[in-house]
Design a protein around this ligand. Structure first.
Ligand code: OGA
Ligand code: MN
Length: 282
């Protein structure tokens, strides 16, 4: 097994490993250490059945139940389809997986540690791959803040809610239903990574509606400022997909964004998605 870091502050490819076979404890230890260090890991050319994908995910912790049940795999409820494909006029999977910068399910009390996507179909046009996923290091973003700013935000907690600020200006039925299931939650603006101990900025424009005890105008300005800083190009890593990539990311260390430069029915994109339980942000 070989770990090849990207040129960016986050991201690595793991070569010469077949995830279809169970990894030894020693191999898994190296993978987990690389995951904590690089936060976005790509394993190319993996041939994984659903049970093999689930088994690999389980090495990192409990696999979460999908709560968008209409996009769940019919036979493996741990797997959700992320896809733009329509069958009989209906989306077969979650088609808008992340059109704004976010970290997965920050609007829940215990957001997932890791998200995995396994690519089955990747959109292409004239030999160019579409549908890249962008990542940004919230840990490096925190490190680069001036000390006074770090101190100013150290004790703050942000209010996260499904669809966040969009909700007030009118939102889809799906968001409305989710909001009923998921009351707003408070998380530290700078959370501490449970494995590395690094401080990571943990606010996004999509989900964060305010900051506890702060006037709304001031809170939204601070959220926007920190969110823009978190996703600054110097902290980024872009993943260009190939079919049979298994990609996984750390939802504390990084934020991510899907690029929607492809469209149905000209292009097809299909991923199997799985999330691993996390800890309560502190
Ligand atoms: C996700 C997500 C991005 C993509 O599955 O959580 O944000 O490019 N996906 O599909
Ligand atoms: Mn996402």
């Amino acid at each position: 097994m070989e770990i090849v870091p990207s040129q960016n502050v986050i991201g690595a490819e793991i070569h010469r490993v077949e995830l279809a076979q169970p990894l030894s404890e020693a191999e898994f230890g190296r993978v987990e250490a690389a995951f904590n260090k690089h936060a976005v890991l790509c394993f190319r050319d993996q041939h994984l059945t659903e049970p093999q994908l689930i088994a690999f995910a389980r090495r990192f912790g409990e696999v979460e139940r999908i709560f968008l049940t209409h996009y769940a795999h019919p036979k493996y409820p741990e797997i959700m389809f992320v896809s733009n494909i329509k069958e009989n006029g209906r989306d077969i999977g979650h088609a808008d997986a992340g059109s704004v910068w976010h970290t997965d399910m920050s609007y829940t009390a215990r957001p997932p540690r890791a998200t995995m996507l396994y690519a089955l179909e990747v959109p292409m046009e004239d030999g160019v791959t579409l549908g890249d996923t962008l990542f940004s290091s919230a840990a490096d973003a925190h490190d680069s803040l001036p000390t006074e700013k770090q101190q100013r935000i150290a004790k703050l907690r942000a209010i996260h809610q499904v669809a966040g600020r969009r909700a007030r200006t009118g939102t889809g039925q799906q968001d409305q239903a989710l909001r009923k299931q998921q009351p707003a939650v408070l998380h530290p603006v700078a959370r501490t990574h449970p494995h590395t101990g690094r401080k990571c900025l943990y606010v996004s424009k999509g989900e964060c509606e305010g900051i506890e005890g702060m006037p709304q105008d001031e809170a939204l300005m601070l959220i926007d400022e920190l969110a823009d800083h978190t996703t600054d190009p110097r902290f980024r890593h872009v993943h260009r997909w190939r079919v049979r990539d298994l990609l996984m990311w750390d939802n504390c260390t990084v934020q991510h964004l899907a690029s929607f430069d492809y469209r149905w029915p000209k292009h097809r994109r299909l991923m199997h998605r799985i999330t691993v339980d996390g800890t309560v942000p502190v």
